[in-house]
Design a protein around this ligand. Structure first.
Ligand code: FES
Length: 364
């Protein structure tokens, strides 16, 4: 059966969306996106942005027909498209029944912790750098997640703050308290949530927590690691490296962090702690793109891609984890694709009001 039809006609009737290898299924209406049907049917389908920007909802269409809403080539190569890979949020059902394979889901149940929606409150807010806060949140129940995943936060009852904002967990799940979660939050001027958070002391404020979500996560693998972070993209990378320490990884790791100036480099104590606890060789490479001439900075200047272009060939045996704003991710992927095999190249785009025209699950 030809799985993907770019110009097909709707069947006119709804049908069923099946997640192969599991007992998960949901009603799907004709012309509805696969992701919309999955979410409505309480299938814990990995997703973040809903608008084709993050790539989290990539799955493989095995049976049925879909029509793509937009070009998905940024996340799906022509070879992958031929093999049936699509973005669930950009795939409209054109046949009654559709079956997909979803990475991380299968064998009767999702292998991911199931997302929960629970009450939460602001426990503590700590400045990390200009325009960046550590946000600690008390949770009404224990929450399980995989390092690299995200949670959605809303402020109930506050005008304009009901739209979910996605933030990565900034600690490995084996944290001190399973009822507390830590996030790094960058202020996005004009972003309702961060304008609210940065405007006053919000300790004790009520939040609504939903999570975990997202397909970016730690994969236990016996390969050296190349981690690349831009801005608060450091938060999931930190969680992943903490998980590697908890798992006793002894491979080499190179952590490349891009920032504008020295002031914008944050969590340096946490990086030093990671370096001290890591069992293998740990190289930390900060790269500053806008450090003023004449400063005392003796480290690298330029963009992270300048550094990666120099070293990529020597890192072909690595598993890469890349997290940051979309422009940085695209530039880094341009360097690393063709060097690191796709199955070892993991990335997460941080989306905000300044980086894309977004749907309801974006960060701001
Ligand atoms: Fe589909 Fe982001 S690309 S949820």
């Amino acid at each position: 059966m030809k799985a993907i039809s770019l110009g097909g006609r709707k069947s006119g009737r709804g049908g069923t969306l099946h997640v192969l290898g599991s007992d998960l299924a949901a009603r799907i209406e004709a012309g509805e996106t696969l992701l919309s049907a999955a979410v409505r049917g309480n299938i814990p389908f990995p997703h973040m942005c809903n608008v084709g920007e993050c790539g989290t909802c990539k799955c493989r269409l095995v049976t049925g027909h879909i029509r793509l809403k937009r070009d998905i080539s940024r996340h799906v190569t022509p070879e992958e498209l031929s093999a049936g890979f699509v973005l669930a949020c950009q795939s409209l059902a054109m046949s009654e029944d559709v079956a997909v394979e979803v990475p991380g889901m299968g064998r009767g149940r999702s292998t991911d912790p199931a997302p929960v929606q629970i009450d939460a409150s602001v426990a503590r807010v700590t400045p990390l750098a200009p325009g960046v806060l550590a946000l600690e949140v008390d949770l009404a129940a224990e929450v399980r997640y995989v390092a690299g995943q995200v949670a959605q936060l809303t402020v109930p009852g506050a005008p304009g703050l009901g739209e979910p904002r996605c933030y990565s967990f900034a600690e490995a799940p084996a944290r001190a308290s399973p009822r507390r979660a830590l996030f790094h939050v960058r202020h996005v001027p004009g972003g309702a949530f961060t304008d609210w958070l940065f405007a006053a002391d919000r300790t004790g404020a009520r939040l609504c927590f939903s999570g975990p979500h997202g397909g970016f996560r730690y994969h236990a693998a016996d390969r050296p690691l190349l981690c690349v972070a831009g801005g608060t993209g450091l938060s999931p990378i930190k969680a992943i490296l903490e998980q590697g320490i908890a798992d006793g990884l002894a491979c080499d790791v190179t952590l490349v962090v891009g920032a504008r100036t020295q002031q914008d480099l944050y969590a340096l104590d946490a990086i030093t702690s990671l370096k001290e606890r890591w069992r293998g060789r740990f190289a930390f490479v900060p790269v500053l793109s806008q450090e003023p001439e004449g400063s005392r900075w003796t480290g690298r200047k330029g963009h992270v891609t300048d550094y990666l272009c120099e070293v990529a060939a020597g890192h072909a045996d690595r598993a890469a984890y890349v997290c940051g704003p979309p422009g940085m991710i695209d530039a880094v992927l341009d360097v690393l694709r063709g060097v690191i095999p796709p199955k070892h190249l993991h990335y997460d785009r941080f989306l905000d009001r300044g980086s894309a025209a977004l749907g309801p699950s974006s960060a701001a």
